[in-house]
Design a protein around this ligand. Structure first.
Ligand code: ACM
Length: 494
């Protein structure tokens, strides 16, 4: 006998532009009730039986996730935009589902390559479908500044564009207006996704210095020539100076950023800040002495903490990359451990919450295999789908009593080698589908059990027009020539 089921008629799910929410034929009774505290802020219970569909949850977010699970119970074709007038079988089920971590993030680097707004909105839809709930929006880099700041228009007029990318001879650029940002944040909020803006400093700031040279270390001979928005990849030696005027400049930037992003967190980066210019700068050395600081690392911590205090006075918390552990941390700062999970252990030992984003498992800009033509960043070993699925967010060597400091994880999509939305799909999927289970489900996953479920899921991604990496490798059109990358002779000190 066939398993019992009911029929429902979902209205079209407009993945591109619509509400992204299922609506039901009035013949099906949908009962949704919140206030079930035992399910937590994001969990839900979904029941389908002859009485119709029942969603129980602690909050509206749980109801939202119950809907997302319901969509997974329907045939993949129900996700197509022309699915609206068909009836689809829905099996009788009861599912109780509560996430393991509260921070289930994806980081978009829209700075190395700009990702147009429409593609960001589409990515938010896909994140929601996978129950990811934090978009970490990496908005500024050496290679581009992507958010309009009214007080400092040159940040985007100059900093939003570069002459070429690693010798390709083609200009590249783009930025989001403040209206675009408000729209992205509203779209994310409707999908129960928090957007965490990142203004990366004091390194990764060449685009800002190109726009406003007074932000640079102008007393250092090698930093005196006008900077252009960086056209190379790697770690630029160009960094911000540590003057009060620079701190004031960034306070104004952060005032506008905090207006636009109402979420709890603001990321100030703090990663990969070479200290060469500060060592060579008489001004920076004088500052260090005047502040009674011992090292350039302390100087960085001091600089970041000035801005941390400013953001904190607005009721926000700071997020920073694990290099910020090299100095004193602003109280309440969350540390994103990317180089190794040992930094998550250190952050937790120092009483801070932490995210784990270790390169080997969740850097989805890395290639997915080492086959010829495989797209992705050339500077590290590949991260296969299986490797991504094997990720365990809580470091093995974290003492149990500190485990609560790991609030979740983020997968990153650095975009040096993600030049457009098609490659963006390829690098993201299906690895993000693997990642979303690592941050939602209980530990102890089995790749052999995952694969058949994923194969079914790929039909959903097909229906949604997602150009994911096929399990057996890239289509010929998806293959890329060997990536271009070279040391910038100027930055390498030649
Ligand atoms: C990073 O990958 N530089 C955080």
């Amino acid at each position: 006998m066939d398993a019992p089921e009911i029929s429902i008629i979902p209205k079209p799910l407009h993945i591109q532009a619509g509400s992204g929410r299922l609506m039901f034929d009035s013949a099906v009774v949908v009962n949704a009730s919140v206030g079930h505290a035992e399910l937590g802020p994001e969990g839900y219970q979904l029941t389908v039986d002859d009485n119709g569909i029942t969603f129980l949850a602690g909050t509206k977010t749980g109801i939202f996730y119950a809907e997302k699970t319901l969509m997974q119970l329907l045939p993949p074709a129900s996700l197509r935009t022309d699915a609206g007038d068909k009836a689809w079988p829905l099996p009788h089920v009861q599912i109780t589902d509560v996430p393991r971590f509260r921070w289930r993030g994806a980081m978009l680097d829209v700075a190395r390559h700009f990702l147009p707004k429409r593609d960001v909105l589409r990515f938010l839809d896909l994140m929601a479908l996978h129950k990811l709930n934090v978009l970490h929006f990496h908005l500024t880099e050496d290679q581009g500044w992507r958010i309009e700041i009214k007080q400092y228009p040159k940040l985007t007029e100059v900093g939003g564009w570069r002459r070429e990318t690693v010798g390709d001879g083609r200009p590249h650029g783009g930025f989001y207006t403040q209206d675009d940002i408000r729209e992205i944040v509203a779209y994310a909020t409707e999908r129960h996704i928090t957007v965490v803006p990142e203004i990366d400093l004091p390194g990764h700031s060449t685009a800002a210095i190109a726009a406003y040279p007074e932000l640079g270390n102008q007393d250092v001979p090698s930093a005196q020539e006008p900077r252009e928005v960086w056209t190379e990849f790697g770690i630029a030696k160009t960094v911000l100076n540590v003057e009060d005027a620079t701190i004031e400049f960034y306070k104004t930037v952060l005032d506008e950023v905090c207006e636009l992003f109402p979420g709890e967190f603001v990321c100030l980066g703090g990663d990969e800040c070479p200290k060469d210019e500060w060592k060579a700068s008489a001004r920076a050395q004088a500052r260090k002495a005047e502040l009674g600081l011992a090292t350039e690392e302390d100087l960085q911590a001091w600089f970041m903490n000035q801005l941390g205090a400013h953001v904190s006075a607005k009721g926000r918390k700071l997020l920073g990359w694990d290099e910020i552990l090299e100095g004193e941390l602003f109280p309440g700062t969350v540390v994103s451990a990317w180089r190794s999970t040992e930094y998550a252990v250190e952050a937790a030992r120092r009483g801070h919450d932490t995210l784990t984003s270790p390169t080997r498992w969740v850097y989805f800009d890395y290639r997915q295999s080492d086959a010829d033509g495989e797209p992705g960043a050339p500077w590290a070993a590949p991260t296969s789908l299986e490797q991504a699925y094997s990720f365990e967010p809580v470091p093995e060597d974290l003492p149990e009593e500190l485990a609560g400091h790991v609030i979740g994880s983020e997968a990153t999509l650095w975009s040096e080698y993600i030049p457009d939305a098609r490659i963006h799909d390829y690098q993201s999927w299906p690895r993000l589908a693997a990642f979303c289970e690592t941050v939602w489900s209980a530990p102890g996953r089995d790749y052999a059990e995952f694969l058949p479920r994923l194969t079914k899921h790929l039909e959903r991604l097909d229906a949604l027009g997602v150009e994911y990496r096929p399990l057996d490798g890239p289509h010929p059109w998806q293959k890329q020539p060997a990536p271009r990358w070279r040391e910038d002779p100027h930055e390498a000190g030649e």
